[in-house]
Design a protein around this ligand. Structure first.
Ligand SMILES: [Zn+2]
Length: 348
């Protein structure tokens, strides 16, 4: 442990850039990474504004940030697939490799998982971080640090697309055009959907989503989504529905959207329990899937970005220097509809 600079959430509503004790030496199986770029995530902002997310409460100062890319500067014993100088991005959640969930291949739902910037685990808005090499992924030369820091939110979209079990040519509906909704639409299109009907109330968000070929934006202030989906699918319904708004209202009518035998993937997390239309779901034999973060999605995400088939650069709205981190968070709190992802660059 030694004292280093970091963006620290002292308590709800109070951020500081100050020194804090953090591990700085790579042990066995670990690498030390010089952090280059960190994305500001909705969860980081939520801890800032609310001091908690569900059962996770900020009881002591915590370093924020979990969407990161950087360069390996030290390699611990036993690490063979990475070397000093490799450009990498990191998976923020580290499970117990021997847990039952991990052995089932669902390490994302391991109750023992530790996740950056989820109390009491520190995040990575600090110049260096030590991380298990097994959760550190090399970036190809044509993938920038900025794109590397987008892999974490994109992996959520990839998990949703994977859970949907998309068939080539499927029609998807994405409810909510926030950062995750757009990531889900992009992943669904990359995964074989012919089109993604993206619904939101905010036109600037829809305009950003509509930059992607295959996205059909629907402003639900102006149009009835069920009618639009029926019109576009000749009354049959969509194959896959991704609920990314987290709005309880979305669940009132979501069962009207899928075709018989279609799937609803719950991505957004409503704060309170929602009504669930069992009869309609059963009559249509609708399959329901859920998503919690991601498992085994980093390499696939990086491969799609490197291939050029997924371009996340249009989603980076603005970049701040580390010294402007608090400004970046206050900007994120504003939740401008034209902002998708704000990033902080530490290593210029
Ligand atoms: Zn995130």
């Amino acid at each position: 442990m030694s004292k280093v600079r970091a963006l620290v959430l002292e308590r709800q509503h109070e951020l500081a850039i100050r020194d804090i004790e953090l591990p700085q030496e790579a042990g066995r199986g670990e690498v030390k990474i010089k952090i280059h770029t960190v994305g500001v995530c909705g969860s980081d902002v939520h801890y800032y504004t609310h001091g908690k997310i569900g059962p996770f409460i900020v009881n002591e100062p915590m370093v924020l940030g979990h969407e990161a890319a950087g360069t390996v500067v030290e390699v611990g014993a036993g690490v063979t697939h990475l070397k000093v100088g490799d450009r990498v991005c990191m998976e923020p959640g580290v499970p117990d490799a021997n847990s039952k969930a991990s052995r089932l291949g669902m390490y994302n739902v391991d109750p023992a998982v530790t996740f950056w910037a989820t109390p009491p685990i520190h995040g990575v808005l600090t110049p260096f971080v030590v991380h298990p090499a097994n959760y550190t992924f090399k970036l190809p030369d044509n993938v920038s640090f900025a794109e590397g820091a987008m892999v974490e939110p994109f992996a959520v979209g990839m998990q949703a697309a994977t859970k949907a079990r998309i068939t080539p040519g499927d029609t998807a509906v994405v409810l909510g055009a926030g950062p995750i909704g757009i990531m889900v639409a992009v992943a669904a299109l990359a995964g074989g959907c012919a089109r993604a009907i993206v619904a939101d109330l905010a036109q600037p968000k829809l305009d950003i989503a509509a930059q992607y070929q295959g996205v059909i934006p629907v402003n639900i202030r102006e149009k009835n989504l069920i009618e639009e989906v029926n019109r576009l699918t000749d009354g049959w319904g969509a194959d896959v529905i991704f609920e990314c708004s987290g709005s309880p209202k979305a669940w009132d009518t979501v069962m009207e959207l899928p075709r018989p035998g279609g799937v609803i993937v719950a991505v957004g997390l409503p704060v309170n329990p929602v009504g669930f239309d069992v009869s309609t779901a059963s009559t249509k034999e609708i399959r329901i899937e859920t998503v919690f973060r991601y498992a085994h999605q980093y390499e696939r995400s990086i491969a799609l970005i490197a291939s050029g088939r997924v371009d996340l650069k249009p989603l980076i709205s603005e970049t701040f220097a580390f010294e402007q981190s608090i400004e970046a968070f206050d900007r994120a709190v504003e939740a401008r509809p034209s902002d998708v992802k704000l990033q902080i660059v530490l290593d210029q």
